[in-house]
Design a protein around this ligand. Structure first.
Ligand SMILES: *[C@@H]1O[C@H](CO)[C@@H](O)[C@H](O)[C@H]1NC(C)=O
Ligand SMILES: *[C@@H]1O[C@H](CO)[C@@H](O)[C@H](O)[C@H]1NC(C)=O
Ligand SMILES: *[C@@H]1O[C@H](CO)[C@@H](O)[C@H](O)[C@H]1NC(C)=O
Ligand SMILES: *[C@@H]1O[C@H](CO)[C@@H](O)[C@H](O)[C@H]1NC(C)=O
Ligand SMILES: *[C@@H]1O[C@H](CO)[C@@H](O)[C@H](O)[C@H]1NC(C)=O
Length: 179
């Protein structure tokens, strides 16, 4: 068989060339909408702190309202308000004060499900949280397991802060579109 000339090859439609590098398939799956209300049980200081200061800008205060301050987080997440109720997930990741005026925080958190039907699946929260707002709307950029290809919006609201025990209760309402 004669080799194809370059001239022939360059006439191939762009789409055909693409198929050489990536294969695609059409799905007719329907998205399912699931609403969830979860509670982050957060201790921001004390011996069992679940949020810890990791670093900040040298010479500046390291605080929630100070640009560059970075925290590492591993909060228990429950399905009910009660901090003694059983854990269904962990909220693990990073908070970083990301605006010069200290108002905004970049939230990079994986919700790692540890029980119930979602066990082993994750949701990835990533976005700007306007710290002073009662309800902070943050994007969820994806997920794994049962939530693969998920599209989500998260609404975070701090319901309770107890400064004597360094405790904060954050309600997280998720609207998840998944297969
Ligand atoms: C989920 O919550 C959204 C926003 O509150 C609402 O519009 C929607 O109807 C709810 N969906 C289900 C399945 O309950
Ligand atoms: C910290 O956790 C340990 C181990 O779970 C527990 O014994 C202790 O009472 C906790 N301390 C506080 C202040 O909650
Ligand atoms: C949660 O547990 C602690 C000790 O484990 C107890 O002192 C407290 O009363 C409990 N809180 C609720 C709301 O049950
Ligand atoms: C969740 O999954 C892990 C790992 O697969 C397993 O070890 C654990 O027992 C599961 N937990 C529950 C409550 O199902
Ligand atoms: C979150 O959901 C709860 C019900 O599960 C509701 O009472 C609350 O108003 C919702 N919060 C927001 C900010 O939508």
């Amino acid at each position: 068989m004669a080799p194809k000339s370059i001239a022939t090859l360059t006439k191939l439609p762009f789409l055909v060339l693409l198929v050489i590098f990536a294969s695609s398939q059409a799905y007719d799956y329907q998205f399912i909408e699931t609403n969830m209300t979860l509670y982050f049980q957060e201790y921001y200081a004390g011996p069992n702190a679940t949020v810890n200061t990791l670093t900040g800008i040298p010479g500046n205060d390291w605080a929630f309202d100070s640009f560059g301050t970075t925290y590492v987080v591993d909060d228990p997440i429950t399905q009910s308000l009660d901090k003694n109720s059983s854990e269904i997930a962990r909220g693990q990741g990073i908070y970083m004060t990301s605006s010069l005026d200290g108002a905004n925080m970049q939230v990079l958190i994986s919700i790692v499900f540890t029980s119930n039907e979602y066990n082993g699946s994750t949701l990835e929260i990533q976005g700007r949280s306007l710290q002073a707002a009662n309800v902070r709307e943050v994007s969820v950029v994806g997920g794994t397991g049962i939530f693969k290809f998920a599209r989500v919006i998260a609404k975070l609201e701090t319901l309770n802060v107890d400064t004597s025990t360094f405790y904060a209760l954050v309600q997280c309402n998720l609207t998840v579109l998944h297969y």
